[in-house]
Design a protein around this ligand. Structure first.
Ligand SMILES: Cc1ncc(COP(=O)(O)O)c(C=O)c1O
Length: 383
């Protein structure tokens, strides 16, 4: 029986037994009392997780990329101008989606490892008017966390009628996102990262203003991704449009309950604390962070390899020692590894990971003091 690997890639994150048990519950009818309770429950829980009372969640079979398309296609008119604020791979994907649907857009991007500053956004809004501004809360390729609250403030000051879309795929449920208070119009996310459920769900939460914009658009370039077709189902799960992925929704409902049981403030604080502990641990082994200190994300770390450590060898050996991390994307491939620390990660899993990292470094002949990493994280991780 092969040893279960500890998944420390930037999503999917480790799925706890309680959620796997929910996933394994019987497949019931999608218009059954169980589905009515669990889909409606997940919808209500998502509102709490993004701090909205009037927002409308949509939970649809698909991945984060579908959530990106749903967000853009349901609020963008052909005449609209979209500003894509990008700090890396997934910000650029947002621009690719605009291109694919021939939406008018402008890309405002930072260097990889950094973020677009609120002042740079302000300057761009002085140059042009935009109907929609889209940003990525955490770009999973660079580990950079955008100042979403400050972006919202700049928008509010400079262009209050502009709709604000936040890609929270690598943040929602792990980092604070206050939809109503900050004035965010669409938060898009996915099940498999900070929410800790298995992959397979695209989640979008639309503010009343964004819903109003959709109603004004009449037609859009989508069928399955058209929220007006899903709205009746979200309002009353006894309705049918397309068969929801029943078991995945059962697991997701359980995942959202776990998030709320932990408490959002406590969960955000734990993500921050675990991130700092893990980075201290890696620094004690001579590894430095790729991402600029000013915009480190609480949900993943992107780490530079010391000269003498080869990417493939390190990740393969670490895999053999029971831990899976991800390689770099784009220009960082081979130069960094990406370690996800999101969702329902535990203290013991972090210690296990450092034990495996040290075993790996020993096996490849890397010079370090054995135990430094494990001791650093153990001492910083109080029960
Ligand atoms: C910030 C961000 N946006 C979008 C996506 C796309 O999500 P998916 O891989 O589920 O399609 C990802 C995936 O890693 C992501 O990190």
């Amino acid at each position: 029986m092969c040893q279960q690997k500890l998944l420390l890639i930037p999503g999917p994150s480790p799925v706890v037994d309680r959620i796997l048990e929910a996933l394994a519950r019987p497949t019931v009818s999608h218009i059954s009392p169980e589905m009515e309770k669990e889909l409606a429950g997940a919808v209500e829980n998502m509102k709490k997780i993004v701090f909205t009372t009037g927002g409308q969640p949509f939970i649809v079979a698909g991945a984060g990329t579908l959530a990106m398309e749903i967000a853009l296609l349901n609020i963008t008119a052909d005449s609209d101008r979209v500003l894509v604020v990008s700090q890396g791979f997934f910000g650029n994907r947002m621009a690719e989606i605009c291109e694919a649907f021939e939406l008018k857009f402008q890309l405002l991007q930072s260097q990889w490892g950094k973020v677009v500053t609120p002042d740079e956004l302000r300057a761009e809004l002085k140059r042009h008017h935009y109907d929609i501004v889209v940003c990525t809360h955490v770009d999973t390729a660079t580990g950079a966390c955008a100042p979403v609250k400050e972006y919202a403030r700049v928008l509010h000051d400079m262009s209050p009628e502009t709709l604000f879309v936040v890609d929270g795929v690598c943040a929602t449920g792990g980092i604070e996102e206050r939809m109503d208070d900050w004035g965010i119009d669409v938060i898009l996310t996915a099940a498999q990262k900070c929410l800790g459920a298995p992959p397979g769900l695209a989640i979008d939460v639309f503010s009343p203003r964004a819903m109003e914009k959709r109603r004004k658009l009449h037609r859009i370039k989508a069928y399955y991704a058209d929220i007006m077709r899903w709205l009746p189902v979200m309002e009353n799960p006894n309705k049918y449009f397309s068969t929801p992925c029943v078991n995945e929704i059962r697991a997701f409902y359980e995942a959202t309950r776990i998030v709320l049981e932990e408490g959002l403030e406590k969960r955000f604080e734990r993500h921050e604390r675990f991130a700092s502990v893990i980075r201290h641990g890696l620094n004690s082994l001579g590894f430095i962070t790729y991402t600029d200190e000013t915009c480190l994300a609480a949900t993943l770390s992107v780490i530079r390899y010391p000269e003498e450590v080869d990417d493939q060898t390190f990740r393969q050996k670490l895999y053999e020692n029971g831990v899976v991390v991800a390689g770099g994307l784009g220009p960082t491939a081979g130069k960094v590894f990406r370690l996800g620390h999101m969702g329902n990660l535990t203290r013991d899993q972090i210690i296990f990971a450092f034990d495996a990292i040290e075993k790996t470094l020993l096996s490849i002949g890397y010079a370090f003091t054995l135990g430094d990493g494990v001791e650093t994280v153990r001492s910083l991780l109080v029960r």
